[in-house]
Design a protein around this ligand. Structure first.
Ligand SMILES: Cc1ncc(COP(=O)(O)O)c(C=O)c1O
Length: 379
């Protein structure tokens, strides 16, 4: 069986974990956390990077930092993971779902303005598959309407837009290091704070609402509870694992790009004959090869394709059930316009296994065979 995902290990993970153990500080914000956050700051250009337990945790910090209050509206795509919306709903916020672009499956920037009301506080672009949203337009709309922008770059580590790292363009950005991502620590994430005026409060929110970081820097003589917050920082064991991955992030990305390009070349013929559509990467978007997907003819073809690939020993998966159709999305969200593209593409998208060490030739040969067979049977 070729699994959909197999976590990549650089080889230094256990060495650094043993070192963290020897150093004797196992709580957060020690030697390895510092290494990781400084590396991420240098690589992305973010003003401040704070490691978190997950991208979900980073999104929850973002919602608190933006002071989302009951009834505040937050514009986002429906085609995303539950955490994008859930973080704001926890504060009483209302996700407002906007349609996606047919090329990138990212939020359609031309539909954002129509969704803005007196209650809108923020926009959350999600960089699907590590391909950038149209950030220049989104930032311009946000500026004109005095809105905050939180980039959900869960899938965007090491990808960029016009030379700028994803996650470093909005006021805030969030990363995931979940084991299904390119660079991993099991569970893990980071908050990128790009607006300098949000840095001090971000540190406090992450440390249970206390000014503990300021105390450790000698800026206050005792630390106390000064704001709301929670415990969002990972321990040193997780950070040590992450450091072994970040050290190799460039090589990991290069290896994944090779696989991505191989798939892309291999499926050119299928696209030309109309059996499947390949991903479209707009100019200015530098890929991290997080994911390779195909868009098939319809839901029936996709279901049959996933089943027949499984029988051949290749695990393929579909992606997001749109949030506006989910029970909680319906209860807490608003969908002002028809999400035609979201409804259509979410039924037709299939993700192929892609991980370092995979026999990708086997996967694309099986894909060709199954897909052509399925389409022929239908005719
Ligand atoms: C777009 C998006 N946002 C947020 C998340 C949540 O990430 P995590 O598992 O690190 O909390 C995911 C997870 O896959 C995601 O795809």
């Amino acid at each position: 069986m070729i699994p959909f995902n197999k976590p990549y290990l650089s080889g230094n993970e256990l060495l650094y974990i043993a070192d963290a153990y020897q150093r004797g500080q196992l709580a957060g914000d020690g030697f390895y956390t510092k290494r990781c956050s400084e590396w991420l700051e240098q690589t992305t250009g973010a003003q401040k990077v704070l490691l978190t337990h997950s991208c979900t945790a980073a999104l929850e910090m973002a919602a608190l930092l933006c002071d989302i209050k009951p009834g505040d509206e937050v514009i986002m795509p429906s085609y995303t993971f539950a955490s994008t919306a859930n973080a704001f709903v926890l504060c009483g916020g209302v996700p407002v779902f906007v349609d996606i672009r047919a090329d990138t499956l990212n939020i359609d920037e031309t539909q954002i303005e129509a969704a803005i009301t007196l209650h809108t506080r923020a926009i959350v672009p999600v960089h699907y598959a590590g391909v950038a949203c149209e950030m220049d337009t989104i930032m311009e709309i946000a500026k004109r309407h005095n809105l905050l922008v939180i980039e959900d770059a869960a899938q965007g580590v090491m990808a960029s837009y016009k030379g700028r790292a994803l996650g470093s363009i909005g006021h805030l950005g969030t990363y995931s290091f979940h084991e299904t991502k390119n660079v991993i620590s099991g569970e893990g994430g980071a908050l990128l704070v790009n607006d300098p005026s949000l840095v001090a409060r971000a540190e406090i929110i992450r440390e249970k609402g206390t000014n503990r970081n300021q105390f450790f820097r000698g800026q206050v003589d005792k630390y106390t509870w000064v704001d709301v917050g929670s415990s969002y920082l990972p321990g040193e064991i997780v950070a040590a694992f992450l450091w072994a991955q970040l050290e190799e992030a460039k090589q990991i990305t290069a290896k994944r790009l090779e696989l991505w390009n191989e798939y892309h070349r291999a499926f050119k013929g299928l696209e030309a004959e109309g059996s499947a559509r390949r991903p479209i990467i707009p100019e200015g978007c530098e890929l991290n090869a997080h994911m390779y997907f195909l868009l098939l003819k319809d839901l029936g073809t996709r279901t049959a394709f996933i089943e027949s690939m499984k029988r051949k020993g290749v695990q393929c998966v579909f992606h997001y059930v749109p949030l506006h159709t989910s029970p909680i999305g319906k209860k807490h969200g608003k969908t002002p316009a028809n999400l035609m593209v979201t409804n259509s593409l979410s039924d037709r998208l299939v993700r192929l296994p892609m991980w370092i060490g995979i026999n990708s030739t086997l996967v694309h040969e099986a894909t060709h065979f199954q897909l052509r067979g399925l389409l022929k049977n239908e005719i």
